[in-house]
Ligand binder design. Structure first.
Ligand code: LLP
Length: 415
């Protein structure tokens, strides 16, 4: 059963008619389903039942406070990549001892803030970063728990922009450099090397690359143990894919089973950083048809959501299923669904088969719960839309629609 489904020809979000939400909150509108978020979190987390583990939801996928609070109340930890994400997680009441901090460019004040909060650990991506964290920790008379992010040089077979575990990517340290840095970590007074980390990419649709990476880490882990470095945590990152169109990614339970089988004998706490697999299909974006037009070679459906609201199609050529919110019999056509932004790359779909639509009709863009709102902008001075969270028949405004004043507020303060 899906929580975004048609009932008698009308799209519902759980028990609420999408059209009623639009009457109240207008478009563009992000709608999230609590029950889907919860189901996805549980399916993922329970896949690792039987071994010591911590699921750290990757905040960048969808960082709305309501979502963070809901997941945190279910026991989730968080994977953060900035001081801003730390701020959000703390605001949402997340236990800092369940926060891991990844990313290649942590600034000094961000490191200080994370140390002050006493987060679980930093996932460190370079020797210089390691030295910087030590320096800040010395100044604060604190100890920083760290893991080093290994770049295992494994091809995740996904879009090049979201591959991260290849030699040519900016992420992590190759095995040799990582060994040097662990030796350094052992000597640095205010660093406690407690973990090994790796994240090879996003939207992976097969298990093999994960297992390949895990196997490289396993032999590396044995070497670290021989050196007397006691590793307590193994962070395997995120990356499990979802179905946008016709992909058939492994179910989290199959992923969990394979990881557990390959971990045998390792006495470590496993950390996972899923983002998309929890949030992606838990959100939709609703947009209104403004105009339709036919050029000699194309049909265009011009809608009020644009690349500033959902950039994935423009940035990665990603496919998002689009359906009319109200079903009816009408001839099918091939059309580009485009936004009002002055860029040829501003589209939500190209050459898509969709029924003919009228002005003011509503369209639903599916699988928009991850990397949707979090990647939005105000480009073309377009105030961002609202976000609502539905739970059964309850609706919470999770973020109000921006108004024109929000576009200039920070600039007016400078006059
Ligand atoms: N951990 C680290 C260190 C990451 O860099 C990421 C994602 C994750 C976990 C979560 O990965 P997930 O489970 O969501 O695949 N904007 C792109 C995706 C970029 C992913 C960046 N890192 C998109 O819209 O497809």
């Amino acid at each position: 059963m899906h929580y975004f489904e048609f009932r008698e020809g009308e799209l519902f979000a759980e028990d609420v008619k999408v059209r009623d939400l639009v009457k109240k909150y207008d478009t563009p509108l992000y709608i999230y389903s609590s029950k889907t978020f919860k189901r996805h979190y549980e399916a993922f987390d329970s896949a690792f039942d039987g071994i010591d583990h911590l699921t750290c939801y990757s905040v960048k996928a969808n960082s709305n406070l309501c979502i963070l609070k809901m997941l945190s109340e279910m026991g989730s930890g968080m994977d953060i990549v900035s001081g801003g994400e730390l701020f959000r997680t703390l605001k949402a009441g997340v236990d800092p001892s369940k926060i891991v901090y990844s990313g290649v460019g942590k600034r000094e004040h961000e490191i200080r803030e994370a140390l002050l909060s006493d987060i679980l650990m930093f996932n460190v991506e370079s020797k210089q970063e390691l030295e910087k964290i030590n320096q800040v920790a010395v100044e604060m008379e604190a100890t920083a728990r760290i893991s080093l992010r290994i770049n295992p040089d494994v091809d995740p077979q996904t879009h090049p922009y979201i591959s991260t575990g290849l030699k040519k990517n900016k992420f992590g340290l190759d095995i040799e450099q990582a060994m040097e840095s662990y030796k350094l970590a052992q000597k640095l007074p205010n660093i406690d090397p407690v973990g090994i980390d790796c994240h090879i990419g996003s939207q992976l649709t097969s298990i093999e690359p994960f297992i390949e990476a895990l196997n490289r880490i396993k032999s590396f882990h044995a070497e670290l143990m021989d050196m007397g470095i006691e590793i307590k945590y193994l962070d395997l990152g995120g990356g499990l894919g979802i179905t946008y169109n016709e992909e058939s990614p492994p179910h989290p339970s199959a992923f969990g089973k394979a990881v557990k089988e390959n971990l045998q004998g390792m006495k470590l706490k496993l950390i996972l950083e899923p983002g998309r697999v929890i949030a992606g299909n838990a959100g939709i974006l609703i947009t209104r048809v403004l105009y339709t037009k036919k050029s000699p070679s194309k049909n265009f459906i011009i809608v009020d959501a644009a690349m500033n609201d959902l950039v994935r199609p423009s940035l990665y050529g990603s496919f998002h299923r689009i359906d009319c919110v109200t079903q009816k019999d009408a001839p099918l056509q091939k059309a580009d669904v485009v936004g009002p932004i002055c860029e040829t790359g501003d589209f939500l779909a190209q050459d898509r088969e969709i029924r003919e639509v009228n002005q003011d009709e509503l369209l639903a863009v599916f699988s928009a719960g991850a990397y949707g709102f979090t990647m939005s902008s105000q480009y073309n001075s377009r105030p961002r839309g609202a976000e609502v969270l539905v739970d059964g028949s309850n609706v919470t405004l999770a973020r109000r629609r921006e108004v024109y004043f929000d576009l200039v507020d920070l600039e007016e303060q400078c006059f």
